[in-house]
Design a protein around this ligand. Structure first.
Ligand code: HEM
Length: 348
């Protein structure tokens, strides 16, 4: 009976997909013709499993702006330098194309179901006014707390020194260091966390182990959902095995949220409006301000901290890992960059 129902749904889905989703006029960027359920996934990953290479192959075949269907979702992939520049300078792309309404992944990430709050929170996955207000706030408060300034450089140099000491110690025990990615992520976490919450942890301290576990948990949760059928069929969250994936992810996010709540609580208890120490303090000051916007509340602060965590740590860690790899492969680049550094230091 269930099988027959599923078969019927599948049969109805095919004409619905072509009639309502696929633009028959094709007055859009070129791309391969999509199929129901899989979209173009089978074509994209036919010869190449690494995502960026697979997308590059598509761009070579169809051009620098290509329409690709990832399952039931249409995406436009832009890869040409000129096309990217044009896109970045077009105000139409300033906003978010993501749906205003919450998806399963947002419910897990924000800890609020769509019934409680149909819209998103924070910056990274938000859109509309919430995104604008909190993005402006984040840029300003990160800058006030050192981002892009000498204070950040000081944090980075300090962190680099801790890294050297840590590696020297590690090498004494074992000359082969295999977890550089983790070490770089820890450095990045410390820098982001100093600006956000005003504290850093030694690499083997309990607080750091916790931060790293949270960072890995968010990433794991994020990817396990984003590449799951939940994205196109959200009702699956009520059925096994997706029900378990969702409850597992929700449990991990709840842990992270309660860690943030504890840090926020400590900040509230020691808050002094005349001494704004970090992003959390700046947010609390906004909450208390007479011109306060409705987006300054505990739920948004919690999600904003998750955003900074997610956006700022692995990105930076991975960039450093690649930089290291390139310097190993091309030592002349390392010599050139160290020459530039000493040249700049001599100038200042
Ligand atoms: C090498 C390191 C980094 C890379 C490669 C990187 C890359 C990116 C990219 C590609 C975006 C999307 C931009 C867009 O949608 O227009 C983004 C957004 C974002 N990044 Fe980074 N990022 C890095 C470091 C950081 C750091 C250190 C932080 C925080 C302190 C951060 C916070 C954010 C936030 C909050 C957003 C969302 C902005 C928005 O929605 O308007 N990122 N990042």
């Amino acid at each position: 009976m269930i099988l027959a129902l599923l078969l019927l749904l599948a049969l109805l889905y095919v004409p619905w997909f072509y009639l309502t989703k696929v633009n028959k006029k094709r007055d859009e960027a070129p791309g391969p013709y999509p199929y129901p359920f899989v979209g173009n996934l089978h074509q994209i990953f036919k010869h190449e499993k690494v995502v960026f290479r697979a997308l590059h192959n598509m761009a070579v075949k169809y051009g620098p702006v290509v329409t690709l269907w990832f399952g039931g979702k249409k995406q436009v992939v832009v890869s040409g330098v000129e096309e990217l520049k044009e896109m970045m300078h077009n105000p139409a792309f300033d906003g978010r194309s993501w749906p205003q309404k919450k998806q399963v992944i947002d419910e897990i990430y924000t800890g609020q179901t769509s019934d409680i709050n149909p819209h998103n929170l924070g910056v990274l996955f938000a859109s509309g006014e919430c995104w604008q207000v909190l993005r402006r706030f984040s840029l300003r408060s990160l800058r006030d707390n050192g981002f892009g300034k000498q204070v950040a450089e000081m944090y980075i140099l300090e962190e680099a020194q801790y890294l050297m000491d840590y590696l020297r110690q590690r090498i004494k025990e074992n000359p082969v260091v295999t977890n550089l990615d983790q070490i770089f992520t820890m450095m990045a976490l410390n820098i982001v966390w100093q600006m956000a919450a005003g504290e850093r942890f030694n690499f083997d301290e309990e607080g750091m182990v916790q931060l790293l576990t949270f960072e890995q948990d968010i990433n794991e949760t994020f990817w396990s959902i984003i590449f799951s059928p939940l994205i196109v069929m959200p009702f699956l969250k009520h059925l096994p095995p997706m029900k378990n994936v969702v409850s597992n992810a929700t449990r991990k996010m709840k842990k992270l949220h309660s860690f943030f709540d504890k840090t926020i609580e400590q900040h509230r208890n020691s808050f002094d409006g005349n001494n704004i120490r970090d992003v959390i303090d700046a947010f609390i000051a906004q909450e208390a301000s007479s011109t306060k916007s409705a987006h300054f509340d505990q739920a948004n602060l919690r999600v904003l901290l998750s955003d900074l965590f997610l956006a700022g740590s692995e990105t930076t860690g991975k960039t450093m890992e690649w930089a290291c790899l390139f310097m190993i492969l091309y030592p002349e680049v390392m010599i050139l960059s160290s020459f530039r550094r000493s040249h700049n230091a001599a100038k200042s």
